[in-house]
Write a protein that binds this ligand. Structure first.
Ligand code: MN
Length: 356
């Protein structure tokens, strides 16, 4: 978990030191600026999650800093907590008028300060999450449309290529080129089919199930593939997991995609697959661990995102799994070490929202 970053803007060195010490002790990362100009420079470099902004400062005062931050598209959504003088109602009002998100009168109570910081940062995170969801929904729609529009011309290309290919004599040198065209069209058709399937994922029927049973079924289905690839399978399944209400078929598909992904990652490597289950903090967790090639650090964040996966073929299975799990209000996370392997963890809430 990354630390939240707070930029302390304050010309009083003692106040800065005190805030810095306490905020760091509370797990925040901090940077400091001692006047308004420095503050504007630091905001760009440091990209804080929140700015603590003193009003009375040399060079640019807090009002001016706040005004400029709120005018700039790249900084306007960073919450600004203004530190005003006690009883100075005019400053307080002015601060809020020009876009300050909250204020606290000096001398302030540290506990109150931290409470406000926490609430402002969580509002910011919530907003960013919403934005991201909107964006990915729009992208998904576009992808679906593209998939449908590519499908028809592809059928035409493939169909005619096949016909021409069949009409040529065995010895015709163009035959091999046409065969290549047909093969490539088939790869594309397969991809498009998967994309359309992905969009059509719906959770239709929920019933209380034992997740361990689903894991066993998914493994059973993959037994031929696992044996063929010489993968050793072990399981650490927790006894007496609470039953949870899910679409049994879809969850099995999600687990199957993770198994398939693990097999893929372990080509030319030691091949040990472990599946574990447990209940923890209101969630059922399922780990699918492999001893495969691992995922590079820069890819780790986007591995589950269909729009950033470099290998769309491999990526689609993971995206499919994620979509199913998200439809159950769950999450998938991944940890990985290059050359050592990866662990994908599915988390499913034990209770459905609204139930008690
Ligand atoms: Mn001051």
């Amino acid at each position: 978990m990354n630390k939240n970053k707070i930029l302390i803007v304050e010309d009083n060195v003692d106040t800065v030191e005190l805030l810095k010490k306490r905020l760091r002790a509370d797990g925040y990362d901090t940077a400091e600026a001692y006047d308004g100009e420095e503050a504007l420079k630091k905001v760009t470099e440091y990209e804080p999650d929140l700015i603590l902004l003193d009003i009375m400062m040399p060079k640019l005062d807090g009002f001016e800093v706040c005004k400029r931050l709120k005018e700039d598209e790249s900084t306007r959504y960073i919450p600004v907590l203004m530190l005003t003088a006690k009883g100075d109602v005019d400053s307080t009002c002015k601060g809020l008028d020009i876009g300050g998100d909250d204020y606290l009168a000096k001398p302030f109570d540290y506990k109150e300060l931290v409470t406000r910081i926490r609430s402002l940062i969580s509002m910011k995170a919530e907003r960013e999450k919403l934005l991201k969801e909107e964006k990915s929904e729009a992208l998904e729609k576009m992808m679906d449309q593209v998939a449908h529009e590519i499908r028809n011309p592809l059928v035409t290309i493939g169909g005619f290529a096949r016909r021409i290919c069949e009409s040529l004599s065995e010895s015709d040198p163009n035959r091999k080129y046409l065969k290549l065209i047909v093969q490539n069209v088939e790869t594309l058709e397969h991809m498009i089919k998967k994309l359309i399937e992905l969009q059509a994922t719906v959770i239709s029927y929920r019933e209380p199930v034992d997740i361990n049973e689903i894991i066993a079924k998914a493994l059973e289905e993959y037994r031929p593939a696992l044996e063929e690839n010489h993968v050793d399978v072990t399981t650490d399944l927790m006894d007496n997991l609470p039953n949870i209400s899910v679409d049994r078929k879809q969850i099995k598909i999600a687990i199957a995609h993770l198994i398939e992904n693990a097999i893929e990652a372990m080509r030319n490597k030691t091949r040990e697959l472990n599946i574990a289950s447990r209940v923890r903090e209101g969630y059922i967790e399922i780990d699918v661990s492999d001893t495969g090639v691992g995922i590079p650090r820069d890819k780790l964040k986007s591995i589950l995102d269909p729009f950033f996966t470099s290998k769309i073929h491999a990526g689609l299975g993971l995206t499919y799994a994620l979509k199913i799990i998200q439809a159950h209000r769950g999450t998938i996370s991944v940890e990985s070490e290059l050359g050592k392997g990866s662990t994908f963890t599915i988390r499913l809430p034990v209770k459905r929202p609204g139930s008690h």
